[in-house]
Design a protein. Structure first.
Lengths: 999, 176, 476
């Protein structure tokens, strides 16, 4: 991997953009929150800016800088003052105690949908992202993407400042130029003015758009998202005649049919649905049952009780078969016209589909009103419409699924890009403002946006990084990180969150709000005032300031959720659309899937996510063309073989990885890789699916040809190379009817020992953990949370290949059953904190020992690095600093370190500490209040992030604590119990709930 | 009191021993014999007692082992007891190897030191080295030395010649 | 009477027949012996010696630059990883320690058993022990993640206030290996004293005289000194014998005390000791066969010595094979799935199976040829056998350490180990450094203990004299 830290020195806010520049002096560019709170942050930064010429320094540029910065210096009074931000829950005076972390509520948006966050800020530095319990989309949970955004904030290689061509621009002159540019479009009502934005639910941005359109009636806004939800929109339009957002609540659902829907890991509802789903995975009559019909092996598929392998194009046929069964057997006659019984042809596929669809339909019908059919955003509108119809017929609508007006009403797919492309090609555009995420990279293959951008004289790109799009635009403006700017956002259910900055921008940048405001001559006001002005008008009641602070504090604006409305599907239209849908042809099918780590490619430069193992394949630093074992045999390729994928005259090169459980005749390639201009971390990592992805088939396409290229195999870096449990009792899973507590009796309880076990009962606390494999969905958010909390370094592909990854927490993935269609189980493994720890007695220098409360403690400054402890650890959870992985941190990267956790040096062993720093902080705070730590008052980073509540941490000496109860659970067992290590971490066996008719 | 060394080379062990006995009978106790390899009968002839080295070794070994064990007990069980993998602070079985090793180590060291001290080493300079012919003592010759008062020098030398010495030479003390 | 006579005669004849070739050819005079044995020290430096010296010096350089690179980069310079956190470092350590066993064993145990054939080979064997242990001593330090803190392994009152953990086998190692080195050094030096004195006295130049004089400590071979010397040497031998056995026992604890399948095996102590002697004798042969030829020591280091060493190799080789057999049997008999997986799957059929089978070939199959006297008599052949055994013992340690680690309890953490160029440099470098020291030894110190050979000659003469005398007495 290229080194994470270039020698880039700490940049000073307000300086002109320049790649790497020595700092004016050692002063930190950011202010402590006290200064922020006081609202009188000195803004002397401009003089400093003037002091430093940029790289590539010439007399000419020097004069420009000088001019620009003196201009800024003279105008600094016009810049908005540092505004007041409000911490979450905790009273502000506490925020002023240096060294105590403060939580601030804010929100980040992906695809226009906000997730509410609590960001831990340490002396003014955001160091950890957590979920906001008050936010409907989070409920306290977070996904890997949100967690890893923190790393982007401190990336020294993000875009800085503003430039037109190569000439740097200062903020003031930029505003002046923009205002002038806007004015030039007034004459013809902006007919040659275009905006290409990302999908956004932000009320403020939408309002600004309206006002811009009011000022420039001829101007056009286009929204583009690579991972568009257009087919869902179209589906609802098809079904209900108008666009409606679909909201699922599966807390009560007993039967769930996911039609190619990865609802547990992807999409605006994922975190909440994962929690609701996990809530019903405990064995018993109320246990839910999940059917997943999909091609590629997804996180949701891995959690399914029945994973129905089929091509993406076959999903519609399957859904129709279900509908037909419901109509014929269960009296839902309104479904009859859209149903289609699979031809009784002897084709094995049809036979299987017939059997499975019948069973699924019966199951759905049995629990009408408590079942739900979900269609994935990758599926065509017909499937969505059909899902709506079935849900309506089963009476699920209003119970497990609700409909409401969408938070934003943009087409975000190719459909919205095409008209823009036509205008550009026709030379109808003078000014194009691009705020979408790197559209040049993610645009469909048939829209050569890169070239088209050249047709417009003024292309203004507001980007976070110097990426493919920046290379094609005449103006490049640095965008601030979400944690650096003011704004607002809406959750999937419409709930509004105010986005408040947690730190002054590390590098000079302009928020989208101010950029758009420039077209309204409002730029001078600054994002904060514009935002407040917008909301002041909408606040109910007199005292706006108090309400405002309340909104900031809680992270949500109350009563802003969009009310659900009744909606009746038009069965006739749906039937017509469904019938019109083409039959899936035979042959190889190409499917494009959103990546769990890089999303649409915007996180390619994020080293945490690059090194995070893919939840299913455990692959790091790569994507691959996933094929099923059978298909691999048919094509004649093995793991790592290079192939050329040909589709409709376009072709890309990729390397094959054989994925058990993948549908046959399907090649799936995750999006977001193969970036050409991402930066030292993400460039030319993996294979770009883009060139095969056409507007007419953004998610899957027929007629794929695969040609093995031979030559050297591509080397994939996997953190887990062996997927079989070798018949050992490791990650246990049982079918509900086969399950009985006796199954795990031999894996718990006291084990014979010569040494009298130390008695921890007399201690106030006896820390322990329980991990419920029934709930764990294997999304690996815990691993990312651990990485952020514990300053865990990234080591790069070459070191991962040498199996030296440093993640303290790993999510093991085991397959069982036939490789074609295996069962999958995920098992998070970190230090088990054995009471009789094998690692301890072999350490010659007493560097790993036991605490009074039974923690297995690692003493970094005593460790000499014999690595004997790792050899003797049966769980192999210890990690060793083979090289100086932390040697070359840039100043900004140092700011990301959690000050409560030691940054380990070379040659030292490290491992999970049960987040001992959190234990100690809780201990200190409760001692000050003269009381004991309450159960659930704090928890480890992994448990906190887990959307499924699968990880529980607490005090085993408190019989009422949740973890104590789980340790008594009948499903509890110890990993490698026979070794007599007496681990403090207990696992709860997974219980599956398969349909007897299908097994 | 000025002393002097009288050295005589002998053809075989018997002659050397005979001479040694004779001289002792005459009251010259400060005799020594030199040979490339240890000889059997000389000790008796020179009236040497058993070597104390075994005793030194025993004392060294026992004290070394004891120290080794006490060290482990004190350090891990008394001075800084830590709960290591639920093992007892003082666990005799795990202390055996080091106890054994320290015992051997100290025993060996005391043996060698004892040998060096008892044998009067190191002593690179010694009157007997003044005799060029004495070089053969480490090669193949047998030598007998007597440290006597200056006035007895003559008599002793004559005694040695009488007892069949191949050659006799005298080294007055401090004649360097 | 006459009956007894005949009995005796037949017995002595039988003895001759059994004893095979003599341990000392002829009955050379002391002077002649000294000259023969000291010749290599006095003679002009040979071209061959210089060439070898150059090579080994180069390899020594390679060794220390590789170590320097490791210190600069970190253990990451090696192929080690998680789960295979120990690899070449500990393999080489155990291998060298094992080699370092024959020397003391030959000198000490054979001395206690009064084996005459030990006399002319013990000096070389002891030297080899010292140099092998020096190689071994490198690794406990350089394999540390933070080698500059190696002294934390010793019990000294540190500012951290904490003491070493005496429950850790690694700490036992520290004491065992350092003790072993010290005692071997003392034993060797004490044995060397009379010869140093002889060299001093025989030296032609003043410089040599002074140099050897200093190391001789003024040894005069006086009866008063011999009296202590004999018993001291005997006692050292007596102490060294259990020490030798203890050292490799403790090294084996590094593995036996852990709970890793393939390491946690009770047969390890005896089987490691046997293996150590096995490899040690192999190395002695590897070095002695050429040295003996070059320096024309055939009459001192006779066919008898080689024959006996070959027999010891055969015996210990059989013990090692028995070790393999027992641990494999127990793996099956214990019914422990992890244990049996290591032996029947990972080792025999896993990715490292070729190395396992190479080990079986070198350590179990090849030594069997030594049953035949012809094989033992053919020095060239014997030499190649000894080389193979050295290779086999190295692969044994590889099999024990790497194969056990790379696939342990949780399949999720299984991973392969691949050595780097630095790993290889250090292995080759230690061999070079070892040769370097051994060449210096051959050049400046008598490779055969002259004084002891002289003593041996006397004993042999005495015996003959006794026999003839007895026979005469009976005859009358």
């Amino acid at each position: 991997m290229p080194p994470l830290g270039s020698g880039a020195k700490l940049p000073i806010y307000g300086q002109p953009a320049a790649p790497d520049r020595a700092p004016a002096d050692g002063r930190h560019p950011w202010r402590s929150l006290r200064v922020l709170g006081a609202g009188d942050g000195p803004s002397r930064e401009f003089d400093e800016g003037a002091a430093e010429p940029p790289a590539g320094f010439s007399r000419r540029t020097f004069l420009q800088i000088l001019g620009a910065s003196t201009a800024l210096a003279s105008l600094q009074a016009c810049r908005p003052a540092r505004q007041k931000i409000v911490p979450y829950v905790r009273p502000p005076e506490k925020a002023l105690v240096p060294g105590t972390p403060v939580h601030y509520a804010t929100a980040v948006s992906l695809g226009g949908h906000a997730t509410g966050l609590l960001v831990t800020s340490h002396d003014g530095r955001p160091i950890k992202v957590e979920g906001n319990p008050d936010h409907p989309a989070s409920r306290g949970a977070t996904g890997s993407l949100e967690l890893a955004m923190l790393l982007d904030l401190y990336d020294p290689r993000r875009e800085r400042g503003f430039r037109r061509g190569q000439a740097p621009l200062a903020y003031r002159s930029l505003l002046r130029e923009l205002t002038a540019l806007a004015a030039s479009h007034l004459a013809d009502g902006g007919s040659r003015l275009r905006f290409l934005t990302a999908a956004t639910g932000s009320p403020l941005l939408q309002d600004l758009r309206r006002r811009i359109l009011a000022r420039f009636p001829q101007a056009r806004f286009h929204a583009y998202e690579s991972l568009t939800e257009d087919s869902a929109r179209e589906g609802s339009r098809l079904a209900f005649g108008r666009v409606l957002a679909v909201r699922h609540t599966i807390a009560q659902a007993r039967v769930i049919l996911a039609l190619d829907s990865d609802f547990l890991a992807v999409g605006p509802e994922a975190l909440r649905l994962a929690r609701e789903f996990a809530g019903r995975r405990e064995p018993g009559p109320e246990m839910s049952r999940l059917y997943v019909a999909e091609a590629q092996h997804s996180v949701t598929g891995a959690c399914a009780d029945h994973r129905l392998r089929m091509k993406s194009s076959e999903v519609l046929g399957f859904a129709r078969a279900v509908a037909a069964r419901l109509a014929s057997r269960h009296g839902h006659s309104q479904l009859a016209p859209m149903g289609a019984t699979p031809s009784g042809s002897p084709a094995p596929g049809d036979v299987r589909i017939a059997k499975e669809s019948a069973a699924v339909a019966d199951d759905l019908a049995r629990s009408s009103g408590r079942s739900v059919v979900m269609a994935g955003s990758r599926q065509p509108p017909a499937v969505h419409a059909l899902a709506h119809a079935i849900n309506a017929a089963l009476g699920n609508a209003g119970k497990t699924v609700e409909y409401a007006a969408p938070a934003f009403d943009d087409t975000t797919g190719p459909a919205s890009l095409q008209p823009l492309a036509r205008d550009l090609a026709g030379g109808k555009v003078d000014t194009l403002v691009v705020t979408a995420h790197n559209p040049v990279y993610s645009a469909p293959a048939d829209v050569d946006l890169g070239t088209l951008l050249g047709r417009a004289p003024n292309t203004i790109y507001l980007g976070y990084r110097d990426d493919e799009t920046a290379a094609r635009c005449s103006w490049v403006l640095a965008a601030p990180h979400p944690f650096e700017t003011w704004g607002d956002a809406r959750a999937h259910d419409g709930t509004v969150s105010i986005v408040q900055p947690l730190i002054q921008p590390l590098f000079e940048s302009i928020p989208e709000v101010e950029l758009l405001a420039a077209f309204l001559d409002l730029a001078d006001q600054g994002a904060h005032r514009i935002l407040q002005d917008y909301w002041r008008g909408r606040a109910k009641g007199p005292d706006f300031e108090r309400q405002w602070e309340g909104w900031l504090a809680r992270g949500v604006v109350p009563d802003t959720a969009i009310a659900a409305e009744a909606a009746a599907p038009h069965f006739v239209e749906i039937a017509a659309a469904v019938k019109a849908a083409p039959q899936p042809p035979a042959g190889l099918e190409m499917t494009f899937v959103p990546d769990y780590k890089l999303h649409d490619g915007r996180f390619a430069e994020n080293a945490w996510l690059q090194e995070l193992p893919h939840p299913v394949s455990k692959m790091t630093w790569d994507n691959a063309a996933y094929v099923s074992p059978a298909t691999a045999r048919k094509i004649g390729v093995e793991d790592g073989a290079r192939v050329e994928l040909r589709l409709a005259g376009r072709k890309v090169e990729a390397a094959v990885w054989i994925m058990p459980g993948q549908a046959d005749d399907v090649v799936s390639l995750p999006l977001g890789y193969g970036r050409r201009r991402a930066g030292p971390v993400g460039s030319s990592v993996g294979f770009d699916a883009g060139p095969l992805r056409a507007s007419d088939a953004p998610w899957f396409a027929h007629g794929l040809a695969v040609a093995p290229l031979g030559g050297a195999k591509h080397v994939f870096a996997l953190t887990q190379e062996h997927f079989s449990m070798e018949g050992r009792d490791l990650a246990l899973a049982f079918d509900a009817k086969a399950w009985s507590p006796e199954k795990v009796e031999h894996l718990k309880g006291p084990s014979p020992t010569m040494q009298e076990p130390v008695d921890y009962q007399n201690q106030q606390y006896k820390w322990g953990m329980a991990i419920d494999l029934s709930k764990c969905i294997g999304c690996a958010a815990c691993a990312t949370a651990c990485q952020a909390e514990n300053n865990i370094p990234v080591v790069g592909k070459e070191q991962v290949l040498r199996s030296r990854e440093m993640n303290w927490m790993r999510v093991d993935r085991y397959f069982s059953g036939p490789p074609e269609d295996p069962q999958v189980i995920a098992q998070p493994v970190m230090c088990q904190h054995c009471e009789a720890a094998p690692c301890e007695y072999v350490c010659p220098v007493n560097a790993t020992v036991h605490s009074d409360e039974g923690l297995n403690e690692m003493v970094y400054n005593r460790c000499v690095g014999t690595r004997y402890c790792s050899n003797n650890c049966p769980y192999k959870v210890r990690r060793f600093n083979f090289l100086n992985y932390r040697g070359d941190m840039s100043p900004t990267e140092k700011m990301a370190m959690n000050p409560d956790v030691t940054v380990r040096t070379r040659g030292v062993m490290e491992k999970c500490t049960y987040c001992v720093q959190r234990i100690e902080r809780a201990r200190i705070e409760t001692r000050l209040e003269g009381r004991a730590i309450r159960d659930g008052e704090f928890t480890t980073a992994c448990a906190q992030a887990c959307p499924a509540n699968a990880i529980v941490f607490g005090n085993l000496n408190d019989p009422r604590s949740q973890v104590s109860k789980l340790h008594q659970d009948e499903r509890r067992y110890d990993l490698l119990h026979d070794n007599g290590t007496r681990p403090r971490t207990a696992y709860l066996a997974r219980v599956r709930n398969p349909n007897p008719e299908l097994s | 009191m000025a002393t002097s060394w009288v050295l005589a080379e002998y053809g075989d062990e018997a002659a050397l021993c005979a001479a040694a006995r004779r001289l002792r009978a005459l009251g010259h106790k400060r005799l020594d014999a030199y040979s490339p390899v240890p000889l059997h009968d000389v000790d008796a002839a020179l009236g040497l007692r058993r070597s104390p080295v075994p005793l030194i070794a025993l004392v060294g070994g026992v004290s070394g082992a004891a120290a080794g064990y006490l060290m482990q007990w004190w350090m891990n069980a008394v001075d800084f007891p830590i709960n290591v993998a639920n093992r007892g602070f003082h666990s005799p079985p795990t202390n055996i190897p080091i106890t054994f090793e320290t015992g051997i180590l100290v025993a060996s060291l005391s043996i060698v030191i004892g040998l060096i001290v008892l044998a009067g080493l190191p002593r690179p300079h010694h009157p007997v080295f003044e005799v060029e012919g004495f070089r053969t003592a480490s090669m193949d010759a047998l030598w007998l030395s007597a440290e006597v008062k200056r006035e007895d020098e003559e008599a002793v030398a004559r005694e040695m010649e009488k007892s069949g010495a191949l050659q006799v030479s005298r080294v007055p003390e401090g004649s360097r | 009477m006459s009956v007894e006579t005949r009995q005796m005669a037949t017995e002595s004849a039988l003895a001759d027949l059994l004893e095979g070739p003599p341990v000392l050819v002829g009955s050379p005079e002391d002077r002649k012996l000294s000259e023969d044995i000291f010749r290599p020290v006095w003679e002009q430096t040979r071209r061959g010696w210089l060439a070898l010296f150059g090579i080994t010096l180069g390899l020594t350089g390679l060794l220390f630059s590789a170590i320097a690179y490791t210190f600069a980069k970190g253990i990451g310079a090696w192929g080690n990883n998680i789960p295979v956190a120990w690899a070449y470092d500990i393999i080489n350590f155990v291998w060298w320690i094992g080699i370092g066993h024959a020397g003391t064993l030959i000198s000490a145990i054979l001395l206690l058993f009064q084996q005459k054939w030990r006399t002319s080979i013990n000096r070389m064997a002891e030297a080899m022990t010292l140099f092998a242990v020096i190689q071994a001593l490198l690794f406990p330090m350089i394999h540390l993640g933070r080698p500059w803190f190696f002294f934390w392994l010793f019990p000294y009152p540190s500012t951290l206030g904490v003491w070493p953990n005496f429950k850790s086998p690694l700490l036992w190692d520290v004491f065992a290996v350092s003790t072993y080195f010290t005692v071997s050094l003392l034993f060797w030096y004490v044995g060397l004293l009379p010869d140093l004195a002889a060299l001093r006295d025989a030296s032609k130049s003043k410089a040599a005289r002074v140099a050897y004089g200093i190391f001789a400590l003024g040894w005069r071979g006086s009866a008063r000194a011999w009296r202590h010397y004999r018993i001291a040497y005997l006692l050292l031998a007596g102490l060294a014998t259990p020490l030798v056995l203890s050292v490799h026992t403790i090294v084996s604890f590094d593995f036996a005390v852990s709970q890793l399948p393939g390491w946690h095996t009770t047969i390890f102590p005896p089987y490691f000791v046997a293996g150590a002697i096995f490899s040690g004798f192999a190395m002695v042969l590897t070095l002695m066969i050429p040295a003996r030829k070059v320096f024309r020591f055939e009459h001192v280091i006779t066919q008898r010595h080689l024959d006996n060493m070959a027999k010891v190799m055969l015996a210990t080789g059989l013990m090692v094979s028995y070790g393999y057999l027992v641990e494999t049997f127990i793996a099956w008999y214990s019914g422990n799935p992890f244990e049996s997986f290591v032996f029947f799957n990972t080792r025999a059929r896993g990715p490292y199976a070729p190395i396992y089978w190479l080990m079986i070939t070198c350590n179990v199959v090849v030594p069997q040829v030594l049953w035949w006297r012809k094989a033992r008599d053919n020095t060239i052949f014997l030499w190649f056998v000894s080389i193979l055994v050295n290779v086999g013992m190295w692969t044994e340690r590889f099999v024990i350490i790497v194969t056990s680690l790379h696939r342990d309890f949780l399949p999720s953490s299984w991973a392969m180990y691949r050595p780097t160029i630095v790993d290889w440099s250090i292995l080759v470098g230690t061999i070079g450094f070892f040769g370097f020291l051994f060449l210096l030894f051959l050049r400046f110190v008598p490779a055969v203990a002259a004084s002891e050979v002289k003593e041996l000659r006397r004993e042999l003469e005495h015996e003959r004299h006794q026999q003839s005398h007895d026979q005469a007495a009976h005859g009358s």
